[in-house]
Design a protein around this ligand. Structure first.
Ligand code: NAD
Length: 295
């Protein structure tokens, strides 16, 4: 081995790698800003995103604010539709119809969760599949399942970008996903299958969870349970992707107990600064794709 190869092997095997989603997201947003500026210089309208927020859920307000800020940073036009918590379903559906017809709006985002009296499926199915930048319309879900994606849900798409950026091989890897939600776990599983991983999806009824997780080359955790995943859940040298976001004592942390797990693994996403910023960057990137397809 040359000295360089030797150092490289050490780098890959022994040194913990922090998977810096924040830096990758910045690169994606910087290049999008440049593309939007080029469009505007050529007298095209900037891509437009409608952001629909129903009610006053405080976590949703933070997510929506971050998405609107990313629009500002990239020159994307975002239009806010803040509706009261008791909005009637037919009013919300009528708004979707209006936005579907609006040529200056290329993407529609309805922040979830919706209040209980609203039928989430009915709302998501009313969004035009061509403006469905969250990738939750059944047509886009079906396309991903067939391995022919149009809009991939933003969090799974962001995770794949992180793995590609750090050249972490997905093909043939044993990937264990904890969580089977419509927005993270299930589309993530489809995306990993599409990229030739061997995928196991765990959920609240899974038996011997820690033991199953410890078989993973890449462990992806999206369960919404603070610091649930400890050192016993990981194989030495595994890669860990932590999707969870929790605010505890005014600090953000994940589903993975970072201090317990990180000494054992090869690479891990921090919270904050891992998956979260990538989710927003992929939303902007889906919007740019939507605008391109519609122009
Ligand atoms: P969800 O509540 O819809 O789904 C949680 C999943 O975890 C379910 O499928 C459930 O079966 C599974 N689960 C729960 N308890 C379990 C247990 N004890 N054992 C095994 N499985 C269990 O959550 P979600 O919307 O997928 O979000 C998950 C987490 O990710 C939350 O903390 C959320 O805030 C966060 N999140 C982060 C981003 C981001 O950009 N980083 C995006 C979306 C969600």
């Amino acid at each position: 081995l040359t000295r360089l190869q030797y150092l490289h092997r050490i780098h890959l095997s022994d040194v913990l790698q922090l998977l810096d989603g924040k830096a990758i997201a910045k690169g994606i947003l910087d290049s999008l800003r440049e593309r939007v500026a080029q469009l505007v210089r050529a007298n095209h309208p900037p891509p437009g995103l409608a952001v629909v927020l129903v009610g006053e859920d405080s976590a949703s307000q933070v997510y929506v604010r971050n998405k609107r800020r990313a629009c500002e940073q990239t020159g994307i036009r975002s239009v806010a539709h803040d509706l009261p918590a008791d909005v009637r379903e037919n009013e919300l559906l009528a708004l979707m119809d209006t936005l579907n017809e609006d040529p200056d709006i290329h993407g529609i985002l309805v922040q979830l969760p919706l209040p209980n009296h609203l039928n989430k499926s009915a709302v998501l199915e009313t969004i035009s599949p061509m403006k469905d930048v969250d990738g939750l319309h059944p047509e886009n879900v079906g396309r991903l399942t067939r391995g022919e994606p149009r809009f991939v849900p933003c969090t799974p798409a962001g995770i794949l970008e992180i793995l590609h950026f750090y050249q972490i091989p997905v093909e043939g890897a044993d990937v264990v996903i904890i969580g089977r939600s419509e927005i993270v776990g299930k589309p993530l599983a489809q995306l990993m299958i599409m990229h030739n991983a061997t995928v196991t999806v765990c959920h609240s009824r899974t038996k011997n969870l820690a033991q199953v997780a410890a078989g993973a080359d890449i462990l992806m955790v999206a369960m919404g349970k603070h610091h649930f995943v400890g050192a016993d859940f990981v194989k030495p040298g595994a890669v860990v992707i932590d999707v969870g976001i929790h605010r505890v004592n005014d600090k953000l942390s994940g589903d993975v107990d970072f201090n317990a797990v990180s000494p054992k693994v090869r690479a891990i996403t921090p919270v904050p600064g891992g998956v979260g910023p990538m989710t927003i960057a992929m939303l902007m990137s889906n919007l740019a794709l939507a605008a391109k397809m519609q122009s």
